[in-house]
Design a protein around this ligand. Structure first.
Ligand code: NAP
Length: 262
């Protein structure tokens, strides 16, 4: 029997009856995991685009929002992006503020959270900033489609998690991150990964910085791309927690309603 509590803790009870005369139950805790709390953060233009149609990174927010995002990252155990973002922007996903890095060290942590890249076929370049810059653990989550030779090379730079046949199985990755001690994870994009996380009911909180520019373009990425939801019953529902005027834009902080999390 498996009991899964709301917190994500799973207890597997094994019932055994070794002697016919005195059947008794042996309780053994076999498995334990806790899926991380997932907070998505993204910056978009006033018309809802997160980069140009050429997938070129653009400055959407300002210094106040950079600091908010840096604080969010520093407070997280892990930060995740999709391979599309790594190939487009080559982010390092490091904490930028010296003060926040020092505080993490004082708490006995690495300067930077665990950096997680979702990359089914292990396309990530070995020179990627996220694999090279700053101390700390890296995780590359691949599927069984990934080339074993590339995986072997990556294993010198990162822990490689294999999950899923074609795309990466995000639920399995989150469970494995949970078993590594990741309790709080920030997701920095892009739109394809965020859409998948929403589609799988894996998002808990959603921050959007809405900036004062129009990017336009029907093919420009948005915060949740992918195939989209068709039926209203499938639309993830949010509750607004805060709307904060920040610099020349606004930060919207949403909670994902309980029925929309799996
Ligand atoms: P992405 O979401 O970063 O990565 C998506 C890729 O991840 C997929 O194409 C797929 O590639 C891989 N993947 C593997 N398993 C997956 C799964 N289960 N679900 C979803 N993806 C999975 O890429 P993107 O949508 O192209 O977004 C990149 C764009 O977003 C760039 O233009 C970047 O500048 C922008 N961006 C903006 C912000 C912002 O805050 N404004 C933040 C981040 C990114 P494989 O099949 O090859 O594995």
């Amino acid at each position: 029997m498996v009991l899964i509590f709301k917190s994500g803790i799973a207890l597997v009870f094994l019932w055994s009856c070794p002697r016919p005369s005195g059947c008794y139950n042996t309780l053994r805790i076999k498995g334990y995991f806790m899926r991380p709390h997932v907070v998505v953060n993204v910056a978009m233009s006033a018309d809802g685009k997160i980069s140009t149609r050429e997938r070129r990174q653009v400055k959407i927010s300002g210094p106040e929002d950079f600091l908010r995002v840096d604080r969010l990252k520093a407070a997280s155990d892990a930060v995740m992006v999709g391979i599309g973002t790594v190939l487009a922007d080559d982010p390092s996903l490091t904490v930028k503020s010296d003060d926040l890095k020092r505080k993490r060290k004082e708490q006995g942590k690495d300067e930077h959270p665990v950096r997680v890249i979702v990359d089914s076929t292990a396309r990530i370049p070995l020179s990627a900033s996220v694999l090279r810059k700053g101390e700390g653990v890296r995780v590359v989550a691949v599927s069984r489609k990934a080339d074993p030779a590339k995986v072997a090379e990556l294993e010198h730079l990162a822990k490689v998690i294999v999950a899923g046949e074609d795309d990466v199985d995000l639920r399995s990755v989150l469970d494995q991150l949970g078993s590594m001690g990741v309790r709080h994870m920030m997701v920095e994009g892009g739109g394809t990964l965020i859409a998948s996380l929403f589609g799988n009911g894996l998002v808990d909180e959603f921050y959007t910085f809405v900036g004062n520019i129009i990017i336009g373009g029907v093919d420009a990425p948005t915060p949740a791309d992918g195939g989209g939801f068709i039926k209203e019953v499938d639309f993830p529902r949010l509750a607004l927690l805060e709307a904060i005027h920040m610099g020349e834009g606004v930060v919207l902080h949403w909670n994902v309603k309980e029925g929309n999390k799996k």
